[in-house]
Design a protein around this ligand. Structure first.
Ligand code: FES
Length: 121
């Protein structure tokens, strides 16, 4: 175990980054420990992390997405996702984003590196 990992009884948390200061609607980015680009969102003090690339055409949500509440809209074709679950909400997006459990500890943001299990309905 390294200092970048916090173990608990159920989850091993991986250090993602210093807690980003995000104003409403802003999106940050960081790398998953496995190299995947991630998008980081903050809504009402709660942090959410999803994969960064839109599942329709691979646009970067960090670079070009627009966050309104819990919904991020891709700038390329206006598909939307729920940042809480990664669910694809509107066409042309059908495949969910990967989403990760988050934890804030001592000014740092950790994620469970295993994506949440999710079934798009
Ligand atoms: S690339 Fe995101 S909606 Fe098409």
């Amino acid at each position: 175990m390294t200092s970048d990992v916090i173990a608990s009884t159920e989850t091993e948390w991986a250090l993602l980054c210093d807690l980003p200061e995000l104003d409403e609607g802003e999106i940050a980015t960081a790398k998953h420990p496995g190299g995947l680009d991630l998008a980081i969102y903050q809504v009402e003090g709660e942090y959410f992390v999803t994969s960064d690339r839109c599942t329709h055409g691979a646009a970067s949500l960090y670079d070009e997405g627009e966050l309104n509440g819990y919904v991020v809209e891709c700038a390329w074709h206006n598909g939307t996702f729920d940042i809480r679950t990664g669910a694809a909400l509107t066409m042309p997006c059908r495949t969910p984003l990967r989403s990760f459990d988050t934890r804030v500890d001592d000014g740092k943001l950790y994620i469970n590196p295993k994506p949440r299990r999710f079934q798009q309905s």
